[in-house]
Design a protein around this ligand. Structure first.
Ligand SMILES: Nc1ncnc2c1ncn2[C@@H]1O[C@H](COP(=O)(O)OP(=O)(O)OP(=O)(O)O)[C@@H](O)[C@H]1O
Ligand SMILES: [Mg+2]
Length: 255
């Protein structure tokens, strides 16, 4: 049976009064799903998930987490409520060791649970185990994202919300991050993902939304959206969704 974990209705949010960036966005994420939010640059994708996470003022609409209204919940209460947010940048403490990064992320766990939970993360992410004493700032880009994601997962969130976890990574690490997310979903974690890398995100996602000018303009099954002409249309002028296909058909690419 479908169980909605995150229910975002008609959300309106922005940085300055009277200037909404998110303008009536409605998205849902069901238990065990990976839901992807795509959209052109500046569409408001980051603002949408930051607003959900309590980091941008909400001026309209509602956010329910497992049926509980968290619309007005401050950001620092989100982890306890079950929502873990991984921002695009500054998502680890670079001067602290990998292990200390994990320790400080355990904040809401009982202190006696912490060592075992850190070992569980090392089991899931062996690269982190090998580098437990390394300063997080010295990790590779892919390993840093791994650490950021482990820090979010360590407290057993109901939903993991990520902003462009593959941004700025080399192709090898991009695939690593997406494989990691697919694995995390398999372990039963619900994921809301904003991504520029539409192809890779749709490959691991269940459903996806296209956000344009702060509003969800299109929704569908992730595997079907890649070739959906409406999606290409919504991206036109920004970036072609499927530059490879266009190259083969001789149309060129605006990517
Ligand atoms: N801190 C901020 N203060 C004021 N305006 C902001 C702030 N951050 C973003 N904006 C504005 O909000 C709009 C949406 O930005 P946002 O970063 O949410 O888009 P995005 O879809 O995540 O884009 P991208 O694909 O480039 O990451 C843009 O016009 C941007 O200039
Ligand atoms: Mg963004």
């Amino acid at each position: 049976m479908r169980q909605t974990v995150l229910d975002v209705r008609d959300l309106e949010a922005g940085y300055e009064p009277g200037v909404p960036i998110v303008r009536g966005a409605t998205i849902t994420v069901d238990k065990g799903e990976i839901v992807v939010v795509l959209g052109p640059n500046g569409a408001g994708k980051s603002t949408l998930i930051k607003a959900i996470a309590g980091l941008v003022p909400i001026t309209g609409g509602t956010v329910l987490l497992d049926g509980k209204d968290i619309t007005a919940a401050p950001a620092h209460t989100m982890v306890r409520l079950g929502l873990a947010f991984v921002p695009q940048t500054e998502n680890i403490f670079p001067l602290m060791s990998v292990e200390d990064n994990l320790k400080v992320a355990c904040g809401i766990l009982m202190p006696r649970e912490t060592p075992a939970r850190i070992e569980e993360m090392y089991g899931a992410f062996p690269d982190l185990a090998r580098q437990r004493r390394t300063a997080a700032g010295n990790l590779s880009g892919g390993q840093r994202q791994m650490l950021a994601i482990a820090r979010a997962l360590i407290v057993h969130p109901k939903v993991l919300v990520l902003d462009e976890p593959s941004a700025g990574l080399s192709p090898k690490f991009v695939s690593m991050v997406f494989e990691m997310l697919a694995g995390i979903r398999k372990s039963g974690v619900t994921i809301l993902l904003v991504e520029q890398n539409a192809k890779a995100a749709l490959a691991i996602g269940d459903r996806a939304y296209v956000l344009v000018e702060g509003k969800d303009r299109h929704e569908g099954i992730a595997s079907e959206l890649w070739n959906d002409p409406v999606v290409a249309e919504l991206y036109l002028g920004q970036r072609r969704l499927n530059p490879e296909r266009d190259r083969h058909s001789g149309k060129g690419s605006a990517a």
